[in-house]
Design a protein around this ligand. Structure first.
Ligand code: NAD
Length: 500
């Protein structure tokens, strides 16, 4: 571990917080391979200090008027929009994705902030007058308290923003535990909240690993956990959080299939496959990793994708390249091992990204776009979530075979179909067991006012992120039944209340 670099601190109670005895972990610039920072890893006591700050801030924030909360959200929105380039630079420096893509992730996060600016409308309850004679009934939704958001490395700004704008807007206080691989975006966002006028302690950042995650899941003052990451950890966090009595939503990994029917425009489909397969070096939970070619189009499809993939420029995300490095050397090696395994298990290596000449540091974590054909469902490159720039092609004869393949897969995050046949597209969206479906749209990420989430092993819990489901997750319902008596009313009646 390098000691000559700065340590990214936690952010607690409106200020940086760096306990003396911090364990740390290295943060790399993936395009050079250098260690650029360390990040503090919270102990159980550090988490307790952050939870105490969030708990202390809750009563006042909960009672802050919707008008004032909305003003803070609008201020945050304006600042973020004006300075999103700064955040994109931070993302590229620690994650590696190209600058345009980093800016894209900030913009999609910003859309959730804009959604949350409408919180006064979203929090409106219901009211029934005269439900029983002179009895009125009202329903309201109230915030939960301190809530935890635990996020993955691949979207260090957007994924936290799927959750915290809605959590803050609904009156909760937040503990964000970002990935230790790219921690700095979270601190930048925390400082921006302070600038926007958010009271101290409403938004806190705790960096760390399993110790911090376990402490957040177990702490009795944390009322809800929102998690995004790989399926085994999502399942673990969901089980640990709910065992501790919290509500939990845990979004897991993915294996996203793109079906190409014989009637599709193959050039359009090839462009889409390349964008969705290799954008952000395949490190997207909505990346297409399995292309299912139906009928006799496979050879032509593979040739079109190969031509496009080999023309992509891989390199430093700050140099205008198409695709950046992978997040760490270890992850690059793991993805490369799947390329090898695919070849050994009988697939055809059409484009081998291990041979890439990258426009970046010699020690950067490079792996170029990789295309593997004749993949079968038993190969590890298909059974596992690879999470890299590796696109597998599976060949099937019919639509039904394609559908069967997808529905048999344990994951159900995103999928897409490319066709010009409206009837086939409609059948697909009706029959496929996946949470987010694209029709001629390869990365069907829902808008902020809809909710994001997959099915099966891609989501534990039943509530998706943002949109109406996000508001629901971060609030609990209360129903108030009231009767304002005129003085002549009264008397004892032990019978069960009945409506008259
Ligand atoms: P990860 O599961 O390794 O880490 C996610 C979070 O869990 C991080 O904050 C990490 O510090 C923490 N963590 C890691 N190991 C832990 C452990 N043993 N115990 C407790 N906490 C632990 O995921 P990642 O590699 O950072 O991100 C990539 C994964 O996230 C992929 O599987 C991808 O599909 C998934 N993802 C899913 C979605 C979605 O919407 N479904 C979105 C983005 C990413």
């Amino acid at each position: 571990m390098s000691t000559s670099v700065t340590t990214v601190p936690h952010w607690v109670g409106g200020a940086e917080f760096l306990p003396a005895a911090s364990r740390t972990s290295e943060v790399f610039d993936p395009a050079t391979g250098e260690t650029t920072k360390n990040v503090a890893l919270a102990t159980e006591d550090d988490v307790a200090a952050a939870v105490a700050a969030a708990r202390a801030a809750f009563p006042a924030w909960r009672d802050t008027s919707l008008a004032k909360r909305t003003q803070v959200l609008f201020a945050f929105r304006e600042l973020l929009n004006a300075r999103k380039g700064e955040l994109a630079d931070i993302i590229t420096a620690e994650h590696g994705k190209v600058l345009d893509d980093a800016l894209g992730e900030v913009t999609r996060g910003l859309e959730v902030v804009e959604f949350a600016c409408g919180i006064a409308h979203l929090m409106k309850g219901g009211m029934t007058e005269n439900a029983s004679t002179k009895v009125d009934v009202a329903s309201i939704r109230q915030p939960l308290g301190p809530v935890a958001v635990i996020s993955p490395f691949n979207f260090p700004a957007m994924v936290p923003m799927w959750f915290f704008p809605v959590a803050v807007a609904t009156g909760n206080t937040v503990l964000l535990k970002p990935s230790e691989k790219d921690p700095s975006a979270a601190n930048w966002l925390a400082a921006l909240w302070a600038e926007a006028g958010l009271p101290d302690g409403v938004f806190n950042v705790v960096h760390g690993d399993k110790t911090a995650v376990d402490a957040l899941c177990d702490h009795p003052d944390v009322k809800a956990v929102s998690f995004v990451g790989s399926t085994p950890i999502a399942r673990y966090v969901y089980e640990r959080g709910t065992a501790a009595g919290k509500r939990a939503q845990a979004l897991g990994g993915a294996k996203n299939h793109m079906v190409v029917l014989p009637d599709a425009d193959l050039d359009v489909a090839a462009d889409a496959a390349v964008n969705a397969g290799f954008g952000s070096a395949g490190e997207r939970c909505m990346a297409v990793s399995a292309l299912v070619a139906v009928g006799d189009i496979a050879d032509e499809m593979v040739a079109k994708i190969a031509a496009r993939a080999t023309a992509l420029r891989t390199g430093d995300g700050r140099r205008g390249c198409d695709m950046g490095p992978l997040v760490t050397g270890a992850h690059r090696d793991k993805v490369a091992s799947y390329v090898q395994a695919g070849a050994e298990q009988g697939a055809t290596l059409v484009v081998d990204g291990r041979e890439v000449q990258a426009d970046g540091g010699t020690e950067g974590f490079w792996l170029g776009p990789t295309l593997i054909d004749h993949v079968t469902p038993d190969m590890s490159v298909y059974t596992d979530e690879v999470f890299g720039p590796l696109l597998s092609v599976l060949r099937v004869e019919t639509y039904d075979e394609a559908l069967e393949l997808i529905n048999a897969n344990p994951y159900g995050n995103g999928t897409a179909i490319f066709t010009n046949d409206g009837g086939a597209a409609r059948r697909f969206h009706n029959e496929v067991e996946v949470g987010m479906v694209g029709i001629n749209v390869p990365v069907p990420v829902p808008m902020a006012y809809y909710s994001f989430g997959g099915w099966k092993s891609s989501l534990f819990g039943d509530t998706h992120a943002h949109g109406a489901e996000g508001v629901h997750f971060y609030t609990r319902g209360k129903v108030i039944t009231s009767r304002w008596l005129d003085p002549s009313h009264g008397g004892i009646d032990l019978g069960f209340p009945q409506n008259v």
